[in-house]
Write a protein that binds this ligand. Sequence first.
Ligand SMILES: [Zn+2]
Length: 188
Amino acid sequence: MRLFPRRRPTPTPTPAPQATPQTWTPEGTTVTQRYLGLAGATVLVYSSGSLYFAASCLGCTYQAATDQELREAKAAELANAHAAQCRALPRGVPERPDDATAATIVRTRVRELQRYVDERHFTLDDFLADRVYLQRGRDWILAALIDLAEREPQVLKVTVGRPSESGNTYTYLTALPRQSCTTTSDWR
Ligand SMILES: [Zn+2]
């Protein structure tokens, strides 16, 4: 007969509280309104600190964002209209991507912002729709843009303005024209 040493029962670790779509706020944003879809999916209305808002459904792929320069009332109207006809089941909270995946989301957005012939100035508000999946704050996104501009100077230019009297620095983001790219091999 084998004798087993008496062990203290191992305490069951308390699971970390899980964010639910009903309470979850994407990192770096403020959720001001939530709407409930027909089958329980949550539609968020959120901003990242500027005047503009986005609407994003956590059940399906529906998004409305700043290329339409949405103010809160309009974003809420779109979110409500979407919730009234969205039959998607809740998908839970999107998983937070690792840094490399998040950098790819930033790069994909910049590529989409590029025009064929002209330069295009943009701001961090152009990433508002991405925030639900990006889950990064403004500083992280800006650092990713600076890194991208260093690695792919034919795609993006980042200019940090001189400090003004108020001490603020200004960052100018410019997506460069696609036709300035001399090689097509890296187009994806
Ligand atoms: Zn939906």
